[in-house]
Design a protein around this ligand. Structure first.
Ligand code: NDP
Length: 254
């Protein structure tokens, strides 16, 4: 039996990348997983199908984050999916993974609109998703927020993005104290450069250059991060809360 048997999980932004790998990993441990996406329904359904093919349980939920009514829409689909499959709306594990980047923008070129969107999707949405999820989360629940190594590694072209993730890390610190009495843990996981659908990962020279940032001399794979999230979601991690977990393959060692 998997470590997450009889648990339910929501992974935001799990149609692709780290979120996809996390959804698949949690399902492999036995969790019923809500695969959340914004626009790419085909990709989300492909994740659900792949989980089901391996004997797991999953369903897709659509909601654009960072816009008015986002959390309400997300929980309409989530609660309906949970109720149909388990008879209750209990959510044991929340992974706030969905995020947008600045797209390598010089600080002089960052617009107020772009700044607001980064904050809305990366920081505001996770806060209010947590606030809403706590109504469904029992004792022993797990919250994992995906941050970035860029909160500890300077890159002037990603200042606004790093600021939004700095806010994400604050949630782990302060919510951890609030949620301790309920035995709910909350932690931040900080990936380094991790392969996703971005076309830069098809350019060998660029990949080699990025690989040098890690002490292991390779770029991260989504599964490298998903395995860390799965650990934090399990009972094995019951004594870890409010922490920053460096999942950057040693990119922050200096
Ligand atoms: P991807 O860009 O591959 O996927 C992003 C996911 O988030 C997709 O599922 C997408 O849905 C969803 N998403 C994007 N914007 C929104 C929105 N406004 N509302 C709802 N969902 C949205 O992500 P990665 O795997 O690269 O990154 C995952 C997380 O890890 C992010 O928080 C990112 O900041 C962080 N991270 C990534 C690193 C990397 O090198 N890849 C490094 C450090 C941190 P859809 O497919 O429907 O568009």
């Amino acid at each position: 039996m998997g470590k997450l048997a009889a648990k339910s999980a929501l992974v935001t932004g799990s149609s692709r990348g780290i979120g996809r790998a996390t959804a698949i990993r949690l399902a492999r441990e036995g969790a019923l997983v809500a695969v959340h996406y914004t626009t790419n329904a085909n990709a989300a359904y492909e994740v659900v199908t792949s989980i089901e093919r391996d004997g797991g349980r999953a369903f897709a939920v659509q909601a654009e984050l960072g816009v008015p009514g986002d959390v309400h829409q997300l929980f309409l689909g989530l609660e309906q999916g949970l109720k149909e499959r388990t008879g209750s709306t209990t959510l044991h594990i929340l992974v706030n993974n969905a995020g947008v980047m600045s797209g390598n923008t010089a600080p002089e070129k960052t617009t107020p609109e772009a700044f607001d969107r980064l904050m809305a999707v990366n920081a505001k949405a996770p806060f209010f998703i947590i606030q809403r999820a706590l109504a469904n989360m029992p004792e022993g629940g797990r919250i994992i927020n995906i941050s970035t190594g860029l909160t500890r590694f300077a890159n002037p072209h990603e200042i606004a993005y790093a600021m939004s993730k700095g806010a994400v890390e604050m949630m782990a610190l302060h919510f951890a104290k609030h949620l301790g009495p309920r035995n709910i843990t909350i932690n931040s996981v900080a990936p380094g450069i991790t392969r996703n659908d971005n076309p830069v990962f098809d350019i060998p020279d660029v990949v080699n250059q990025m690989a040098r940032l890690s002490t292991f001399n390779r770029v991260g794979e989504p599964a490298d991060v998903a395995d860390v999230v799965a650990f934090l979601a399990s009972d094995d991690a019951r004594w870890i809360t409010g922490s920053f977990v460096d999942a950057s393959g040693g990119s922050l060692l200096g």
